[in-house]
Design a protein around this ligand. Sequence first.
Ligand code: KG4
Ligand code: ZN
Length: 340
Amino acid sequence: MENEVKILAIESSCDETAAAVVVNGRDVRSNIISSQIELHTIYGGVVPEIASRKHVENINYVIQEALDQAGMSLDAMDAIAVTYGPGLVGALLVGVAEAKAISFARNLPLIGVHHIEGHISANYIEHKDLEPPYICLVVSGGHTHLVNVKDYGEYEILGKTRDDAAGEAFDKVARSIGLGYPGGPKIDKIAKTGNPHAIAFPRANIAEHPYDFSFSGLKSAVLNYLNQCEMKGESYSQADVAASFQQSVVDVLTEHAMLAVRESNISKLALAGGVASNSALRQAMREQCEQNGITLYYPSPVLCTDNAAMIGAAAYYEYQRGVRHGLDLNAVPNLKLGER
Ligand code: KG4
Ligand code: ZN
């Protein structure tokens, strides 16, 4: 159709090599994700150098598969989008170089996308009715942000973490109780069999910055608890530690998000990022939103963790706003949301 904008999107900021074809921002024709999780599991976390090498090996296949599954060729594309930050610089560079090469060879407009903007925009794919303004809680392995999405591409950061990201805390605590990497889904699963009130872990609130988060104290409290058990020669319940830790994170995230929604007078709340697939967080948010007359949005789990469909969704709105990047686009590992 004439008025269709077809975007080939690439994501390689961490340990997934991903490509997708997205039409008009919300219609995902393909979403290919080649995960390196198994490769990094033996090291207990992402090894940047290995991630970059694997991206180089996989990226052409992943792109071809995305085009094949969409039943389209590069000729049909209207633009090429790529995550250019934040993330691991070597990993980002693979996607950025690939996107620039395609843009140059095919004379296609190039759109650099902020990774967090991608996570937020994942919500547009399954919620056709969602439009700004709304509040978005972004909780991933590298970021914990409370954002007022004022318009497409227009973000006001209300609060963020002072130290660890929520997903990072999940991963570290999982490792400390022997659950391995990536910890989030493993804690989510085992917590279902534990008592969330068994251990009183702290809930951090930062005076005068009610929207900011801090998870390092919670992480230390879990480690202290484990050390104390060890010193006393007592065993501990993995499930109770997981459930009590998770409850503490969920309480803080829920409380801060509800405060932001109330104080901004916006009755729409979206969740985004890998931790947004946490079942306890989703349930707590559903209950709170229902009680307070707030409409809650969150993506399916596969769209919460890193993928390229979300980058295609974000890129469409950037494209509509006239954003175009030149072939001097570079990877920016610490890119801030709202920066260009
Ligand atoms: O968004 P994402 O794929 O990558 C970043 O941009 O960081 O998020 C990955 C993070 C990891 O820390 C992982 O442990 C966490 O999301 N995660 C979860 C769950 N699934 C993934 N955390 C809690 N519960 C889950 N079900
Ligand atoms: Zn991510």
